[in-house]
Ligand binder design. Structure first.
Ligand code: ASP
Length: 328
């Protein structure tokens, strides 16, 4: 009995110490897509904001563990040491892959501790500068007429760009679907869209706004139900709903996750730093400039975010089942 008590005391002291001294080494944000894309941008901006909250001398590195629509990086975090030093920054794929992959090596709701949600991000329908269309109507008509000959770029099965492409093609009821080309992230896919090697892509505004503004790609519509009336650049683009795709509404979100078993005091420290980062005016301004909306509601709590992901898994499964396409 005495032995047990001593052990319990030692274990709880170890937990307290680990929460007080955490982090004891550099923290890694695993981004499951290539560098230069939207998820990478969100993670790097957040790393800067959270570093300030965790203490100026804390180092946060970004590991782009890309491939298989984000599932490789997610699995890497699910199997990492549960000490709070390895964290996943992922998006809607956390919920979409649960419906798209029938054999996943991890379970979204069981194999992670939820730290909290980061933001909501709209997407934009883009075309290469070589496409003859300049308005959404002409774009849709052109794709309808040439569907099977055109390429749609995405970041792998289960990525946001893949989901958006699926939903758009099913909403416009294309007779022959576009060929899809999978990349390790939409960062590299964007380079090919600019070069005109691929024709169409739907991607988050966190990386598309700068390319649209520079005129390197053509933008046709946003995927939120209403247009982005308050954004200085995006306000000029119609929503797909407005263009006749009734109730089309796709918003991408990002969240932060730790391996299952990460001690509660460490998770609390991370959640406190995350919430403070989401109130940092510099971070908010950077995100808003890219069309993203930083989360202020209950979804920033571990339990609130987990409940939201559970809802999203159910909602997206319906969309995926209706499209009838799976990753495996
Ligand atoms: N935007 C990408 C996606 O379609 C991923 C990325 O590169 O951030 O999921």
């Amino acid at each position: 009995m005495k032995k047990l008590l001593t052990f319990a005391l030692a274990a709880s002291t170890a937990l307290t110490v680990s929460a007080q001294t955490f982090p004891t080494k550099p923290i890694t944000f695993v981004v499951p897509f290539a560098a230069g894309g939207p998820t990478d941008t969100v993670a790097r901006q957040l790393a800067e904001a959270m570093r300030k909250q965790l203490g100026g001398n804390v180092t946060i590195v970004v590991d782009n563990a890309a491939g298989a629509g984000g599932t490789i990086g997610a699995n890497k975090v699910a199997r990492a040491e549960p000490d709070g030093h390895t964290l996943l920054v992922w998006h809607i794929g956390m919920a979409a892959t649960a419906g798209l992959y029938r054999r996943l090596p991890f379970k979204a709701l069981e194999d992670f501790e939820y730290v909290g949600m980061i933001n909501d991000v709209p997407m934009t329908m883009l075309g290469s500068p070589k496409l003859p269309a300049n308005t959404y109507r002409d774009f849709e008509a052109y794709i309808r007429a040439n569907g099977g000959k055109l390429n749609l770029a995405h970041a792998g099965l289960g990525s946001a760009s893949h989901l958006c492409g699926l939903m758009w093609q099913s909403a416009v009821k294309l007779e022959s679907s576009m060929q899809t080309i999978a990349y390790r992230g939409t960062g590299p896919a964007m380079n090919d869209l600019i070069a005109g090697t691929v024709d169409v892509m739907c991607d988050q505004t966190t990386s598309t706004t700068s390319q649209i503004e520079a005129g390197r790609v053509k933008a046709f519509a946003v995927t939120t139900k209403e247009r982005m009336a308050n954004h200085k650049l995006l306000k000029d683009y119609p929503s797909l709903h407005e263009m006749g795709l009734r109730n089309f509404n796709l918003t991408i979100w990002h969240g932060m996750y730790a391996p299952k078993g990460t001690p509660a005091p460490v998770l609390e420290k991370l959640n406190t730093a995350l919430r403070a980062a989401l109130k940092d005016p510099e971070f908010i301004a950077k995100q808003e400039a890219l069309g993203a909306i930083v989360v202020t509601d209950n979804r920033v709590t571990p339990a609130g975010h987990k409940a939201f992901v559970a809802q999203q898994i159910d909602a997206l499964k319906k969309v995926i089942d209706a499209a009838g396409q799976y990753a495996d």
